[in-house]
Design a protein around this ligand. Sequence first.
Ligand SMILES: NC(=O)c1ccc[n+]([C@@H]2O[C@H](COP(=O)([O-])OP(=O)(O)OC[C@H]3O[C@@H](n4cnc5c(N)ncnc54)[C@H](O)[C@@H]3O)[C@@H](O)[C@H]2O)c1
Length: 386
Amino acid sequence: MEKLKAGIIGLGLLGNQYLEFFRTRKDVEVVGVCDVRRSIAETAAAKYHIDAYSEVNELLKAHRPDLVVVATPDHLHLAPTLAAVEAGTPAIILEKPLATTLDEANMIFEKVEQSGAKLLINYANRAMPYDLATYYVLKNRLIGQPIYAESRLDDNISVPTRLWGERSREFAAGSSPAHFLLSHVVDLMHWYFAPAHVVDVFAISQERVLGFTPDLFDAFLIFDNGLKVRVKAEWIKHMDQIVEYYTCITGEQGSIIYNKRPGFGVQESWRANLSAPPPDSVLQEHHQHLGERGIDTRLAYHYRPVTTAYDASTVRASLEHIGPDQATGMMLVGPMLDAITEDTLTPSSWRDCGPLPTHWDGLRQVQVVQAILDSAYRNAPVAVKQ
Ligand SMILES: NC(=O)c1ccc[n+]([C@@H]2O[C@H](COP(=O)([O-])OP(=O)(O)OC[C@H]3O[C@@H](n4cnc5c(N)ncnc54)[C@H](O)[C@@H]3O)[C@@H](O)[C@H]2O)c1
C-alpha cells in the first residue's frame, strides 16, 4: 500500500497527538512538521527524522503532501488551511472549529468547494463510545421522537488561564467557551438530530472573571422540527477535573442520560432509559449491535411493581454502561484516514454513522456559534444565518 505523505501544521497539544497517532498507522508517513515556534518543530523533527519548517508554504512546496493536518489555535485556522488548499493538497484534516468568524468560515468553505479538496473536521466526540451509543439509540428511535436535550460542557478555569502556558491568555482571547467548547456540542447535536437543524437561538453570556474572553455562554437552540436544546459552556469553573461534560436527551418514549466527564463525585456512566422497549429479542439484537461497534453496554430490565409515585415504573428497560468510555481525541482520525484512502465519506471503518464531518458541517457549526454570540450580545433571539 502506498502511504499518504502527511504534513502537520501547528505542533502544540493536538499537533503532537496527530504525530504520535500517525506513527501507529501503516497508511501514513509524516514527511514534515511546521510551527511558527521553529524550535518546537525542530525538536519533533529531530526525534522522528523528518523535516521542520516555520512557514507553511515551505513545507507545502518541499513535499506536496497528500494530507495536511491543521492544528493551529482556533482563531488561526484560516491562513494555513487556505495555503494548503491553494497548493493543491487533496486532503486536509482541520481541528475544530472550522473558524471563529463567519467570514473566515465562508472563505474556507468557498475555497474548498472550488478546489474539490476533501476537508474533514475533527469533531472528535462523534467517534467516542458514549456519543456513538447515543447516535445509535436515536437513529433506531428507541426513545421515540426527541423533544428536548440539555448538554453542558465546562472547562476548569485552569484551561483559559494555564493550559497553553504563557500563551494561554492569547489562545483564549482568540477563542471563547463558545468556539472552543460549544463547537463540539453544536456539531454533536446536528449529527444526532439530522436532518433537523438549528434555526433560532437565544443565548446569554457572562463576562466578569476572565476579562480577556467571555466567561460562559448558555443558549437555547430551536431546531426546524420544533426540537429544543439547551447548550452551555463555561471557562471559569472551579472543580477537581479539567472538563465536566453532561448530556440528557428526552424523547417521547425515554431518555438518554450520560455523565461523560464528571467534574467531581459522579461516576462516568451512560444510560438509555426506555419507557416503551421493543420485544426482548429485538432489544438483545440492539445490545449485540452496540457490542459489534465496540460499545460495551449491558441490558437492564426494570420489572418493579408500582409502589410509590417515585419509583422507576416509567422505565421498563435500559441499555447502560457504567465506567469510563476510554475516549481519545484521535478516535475520528482513523476513519478520516480511511475516508481519504477509500475516497468516500463513509469508509469501511465508519458504517451506519452518516458521512464524516466536512466543511459543510463546519460552516453550519460556525453559523450556530455565531448566532449564540450575536444573541448573547444583543440580549435577544437571533435567527441563524444560513
Ligand atoms: N487542547 C485541547 O484540549 C483540544 C482538544 C481538541 C481540539 N483542540 C483544537 O486543536 C487546535 C489546536 O489546539 P492546541 O491545544 O493544540 O493548541 P496549541 O497552542 O497547543 O498548538 C497550536 C500550535 O500552532 C502553532 N501555530 C500558530 N500559528 C501557526 C501557523 N500559522 N503556522 C504554523 N504553526 C502555527 C503554535 O505555535 C502552536 O504550537 C485548536 O483549534 C483547538 O480547538 C484542542
